[in-house]
Design a protein around this ligand. Structure first.
Ligand code: ADP
Ligand code: ADP
Length: 226
């Protein structure tokens, strides 16, 4: 299922200092869970270990009921949205959205069905034949979200997905991402350095400082006990 568990997870890149130290938490299915803290506190490292993009130095990562420490990224039941969107510039919006499904040998009719569903949810139906350079920042962001939606994975990881957008659009996209997560019923693990974003989006928030977990709680609990 869509539960993610960390048990004393640590990461050292250099063998002496820790980018993440003894992080433990159980993230429940359907939860919107936010990792927050200043630049360099270890948020991306923690997320990348969940995704299998970074090796875990010590501790246990479980996805569902499985030990996932050494599970290859493509075997993990999760999708990931990056800060810079990671779109292929030479592919159209449609091709970008469907690339991952093609690789996973999902049938053409199923691919088209999922693509239509995703672009309708995100209001991107008119832009399927465009290239990323012909889109606004917010539209590129929606293509990256559509790619996560069509994967039909029960868990989604997002690493500062809104940091390249202006303040107004950021507010709008926060609401859209929150709504998308609830409609799909997926588990969201969301990284941001923005405290307002954490407070307005998260069911629960993990506050990191210099690689260590400072607090885990609901926004109100953290607001009352900063
Ligand atoms: P955040 O996402 O909160 O900004 P990071 O996880 O990127 O924090 O970084 C945590 C710490 O680990 C920082 O001190 C950073 O310099 C270090 N770090 C991150 N990635 C690497 C890497 N690939 N090699 C060495 N050190 C890294
Ligand atoms: P963020 O704070 O959003 O994680 P960074 O600029 O810290 O962004 O990191 C961008 C990339 O550089 C990441 O892939 C990260 O792993 C890598 N990185 C960060 N710090 C270091 C470091 N000290 N040495 C090597 N790579 C690093």
């Amino acid at each position: 299922d869509a539960r993610v568990q960390l048990k004393n997870v640590s990461k050292s890149y250099d063998g002496t200092t820790f980018a993440v130290k003894n992080a433990s938490v159980t993230i429940e299915p359907g939860e919107f869970f936010v990792l927050v803290g200043p630049s360099g506190c270890g948020k991306s490292t923690l997320l990348r270990m969940m995704a299998g993009l970074e090796k875990i130095t010590a501790g246990r990562l479980e996805i569902g009921d499985e030990l996932a420490n050494d599970m290859p990224p493509n075997k993990r039941q999760l999708s990931m949205v990056f800060q810079n969107y990671a779109l292929y510039p030479h592919l159209t919006v449609e091709e970008n959205i469907l690339f991952g499904l093609k690789v996973r040998k999902v049938s053409k009719s199923e691919r088209n069905r999922r693509c239509l569903e995703a672009v309708e949810m995100l209001g991107m139906t008119e832009y399927l034949k465009r290239k990323p350079r012909e889109l606004s920042g917010g539209q590129r962001q929606r293509v990256a979200l559509a790619r996560a939606v069509v994967s039909h994975m029960p868990i989604c990881l997002m690493d500062e997905p809104l940091s390249n957008l202006d303040a107004k659009l950021r507010g709008q996209m926060r609401a859209e991402i929150r709504q998308l997560q609830q409609e799909l019923g997926i588990t969201m693990i969301y990284v941001t350095h923005d405290q307002v974003e954490a407070m307005t989006m998260g069911d629960r928030i993990m506050v990191l400082k210099e690689g260590e977990v400072q607090q885990i709680g609901r926004p109100m609990d953290i607001y009352n006990d900063p």
